[in-house]
Structure formats: C-alpha cells, structure tokens
Design a protein around this ligand. Structure first.
Ligand code: V47
Length: 356
C-alpha cells in the first residue's frame, strides 16, 4: 500500500491520525519512512545530534514488583541481589570524570527504605556535586515514594526537588494498553497513573522524558495508542523533552522470545515515533539497547539524540544487552560525524555545552 498521502501530510506539517500511524507500521517502505522522519527531525533540530556526558547509577535491584519483562529485579537474599548505601552511591559518583553533567538514577522499588533516605541521597549528591544535574526516579518510583511519604504527588515532588532533583527520566511507561500491561506487570502502576505523575511533575515545572517498551507481546495498535496518549499529554503540558523507544531484551526474563527486535522494526518504530510525536522536540536512540550501529543509522530515521556516555548500566545488561555499557565522548562524536551530522554536547535540559 502506498504511503504517499501520509508523505503529503508530513511535508505540509499536518498532524497524523491513529490510522496514518497504523498504515506506516504496515508499510515496509523503510526508506520512505526514513525520508519523512528525517524531514520532521530536521525541521526541529536542523543537522544537530545531541548527547550528554552522563553516568547511570542504579542504587538497588531489590524490588517489590515482579515485571515479567525485567531481568534486573531481585528479592532480598536472592542470588545477585544488591543494595548500595548512600556512601556507596557517593563512591560510585566520585568515579565520574570532571566533565559528567548528569547522574541518571533509577532503582527497583526497595521493600523497606523510608522516604527520608531518598531525600538524604539527593542532598548528599547535591552537596558534593552541586553542578551535576540529578535526573532521578521514574514515574513508578515517584508514585511509590508518594505512598511512602504519605504526601500528595505534588508535595512529594516538591520535597524531592528541594533536595536536588532536577528532572525525571522516562522509564516505567512500558505499554499503556491495560490488558497488555496487566499481563506484563500486574503490580505496576497503571498507564493512567504514569501519565498523572508526569502531568503533576510538568505542572510544577519539572521536565521529564517518556519511553515505550516494544517488541514483546504488544501489537502495532498498542504502540500507536501509547504514542497518541503521550502526544495528548504533551499538548497540555509541554513538559516532555525526549521520547525514547526501548527495544525489549528477553534474556533471563519470563517472556520467551527467540530473538530481539529486528533492525527493521527498530528503525520503523523510531521513524514512526518521530512522525506521530510532532510536539516532542527530541527523539532519542538508546544505543545501549539498539547497539551502536543501529543507533547511528537511526540518525537518518528521525533521531536527533544519542543519549550519552552512560557508564555501567545494569538493566539492559541483565537482560542480555550486547554493548559493553559505556562509550567515550570521542566515540559518540565519531558516530555522529560519520553520519554527516553535527554533534552537540548538551546538558540534561538541552542547553548546548559544545558543538563540533
Ligand atoms: O523502566 C526493563 C525498561 C527502562 C527491560 O529518560 C527494559 O533519558 C528492554 O527508562 N528490555 C529503564 N527494556 C531505561 C529507561 C531509560 C533509558 C535511557 C534513557 C532514559 C531517559 C530512560 O528499561 C525501564 C523499563 O521500561 N526495561 N527491562 C528489558 N528486558
């Protein structure tokens, strides 16, 4: 089926519908998709491709939930379970070089630490690293912390912000469709609640990202509906910075899949996300999950952001991620310039730090 009529919409800057999105998923004209998505991306960011020098810190894998797609979580006493003290976290943070600008901090839902521990952790990091942005706690963790604190969502977020929280990462969105979400992660907050947490964060001026986990048991309809719900919220708040599709890794999870997502599906999903999410400024290829080569090729499929240097991420690694978990700034710049694009080092909120 031809997608020419959708091409016309893109070139005249017209919003795509649910049906358009589905048609794009059913099409195999990958190069046409790439041209459309590149056009949409260039309109927003020109030739620039952003990245940040960051470090991931995952303070614990103890988690009260058991999501079937997750290979990271453990119960206390289980093989591989770990938890870091605030001193351990500070030690790890000290390994970040002078040029790291962001700590990306996410964990499991720890069974018994009090709310004050999280506030103390942020304060301790901020006291020692005042110039490093703390992008911490997915919407799932924020909901959990609100329950622990007994405060409203707004007051929980305000307290965390006062302690040093700078913005929220986009994890935990998985797929919003309720029956699918129930099969994947019955104990996790609903899609509605995830969106409510983000709306509350945006309302008090905290920026966030958004993700979608794809390539497990969901359908194309679920993917498009997920994107449309994000687009609706963004119309109201404008608080999302980047969208990051996360390709499912099945190793050591309860979801049996013989293969990972394909390169074709990864590129299609990125390009279609760029086209549907016309009100998101940035589309990020998370190279840790996609591999460096597909992440680089995705720069001609609507992507304008390669995340960052990362350093020792554990969630993808636990599920069979193939990269070694860290790239230097020079390696990222090389990937971008080899694709004919302009590398721009940024901070978490997209202030430009250095352009090549
Ligand atoms: O919340 C868990 C997902 C997320 C698996 O905001 C899995 O800048 C694939 O959210 N296979 C964590 N995915 C990663 C994340 C993220 C990454 C990079 C940048 C940003 C950002 C956010 O990874 C989890 C969950 O949705 N996940 N298990 C798995 N087996």
């Amino acid at each position: 089926m031809s997608i020419d009529h959708i091409k016309e919409k893109i070139f005249s800057n017209e919003r795509l519908t649910r049906e358009d999105g589905l048609e794009l998923f059913r099409s195999n004209d990958l190069l046409a998709l790439g041209r459309m998505a590149s056009h949409a991306a260039q309109r927003k960011n020109g030739n620039k491709v952003f990245f940040v020098q960051n470090m991931h810190i995952n303070p614990t894998n103890l988690c009260v939930n058991r999501c079937t797609f997750c290979a990271f979580s453990r119960s206390r006493g289980e093989d591989g379970a770990y938890e870091m003290t605030i001193d351990d976290i500070l030690d790890r943070a000290r390994k970040a070089g002078q040029s790291v600008r962001e700590f990306h901090i996410v964990s499991g839902l720890h069974p018994d630490l009090p709310f004050a521990w999280y506030v103390d952790m942020l304060r301790a990091l901020k006291a020692e690293f005042p110039r490093i942005h703390l992008k911490a706690f997915t919407a799932v963790e924020i909901d959990y912390l609100a329950k622990l604190s007994g405060l409203s969502l707004t007051d929980t977020l305000v307290t965390l912000r006062e302690a040093g929280l700078g913005s929220l990462p986009g994890g935990g969105a998985e797929i919003f469709d309720a029956p699918t979400r129930n099969t994947l992660c019955a104990e996790k907050i609903s899609g509605d609640r995830w969106l409510e947490v983000m709306e509350t964060a945006h309302t008090i001026g905290l920026k966030s990202n958004a993700t979608m986990l794809y390539g497990h048991i969901e359908t194309y309809e679920h993917r498009i509906d997920h994107l449309l719900r994000l687009r609706d919220l963004q119309d109201r708040t404008g608080g999302f910075q980047a969208f990051i599709p996360l390709s499912f890794h099945s190793q050591h999870t309860e979801i049996k899949k013989s293969a990972y997502t394909t390169g074709f599906d990864d590129l299609k999903t990125l390009a279609i996300s760029r086209l549907i999410l016309d009100n998101f400024d940035h589309l990020k290829a998370y190279w840790i999950m996609l591999g460096e080569k597909i992440a680089q090729v995705s720069l001609t499929f609507g992507v304008d952001d390669l995340d960052g240097t990362v350093v020792e991420e554990r969630i993808t690694r636990a599920a069979g991620g193939a990269t070694d978990g860290s790239m230097t700034r020079e390696e990222i710049v090389h990937l971008i310039t080899q694709a004919g694009r302009t590398p721009v080092e940024r901070d978490t909120v997209y202030n430009e730090v250095k352009a090549w």
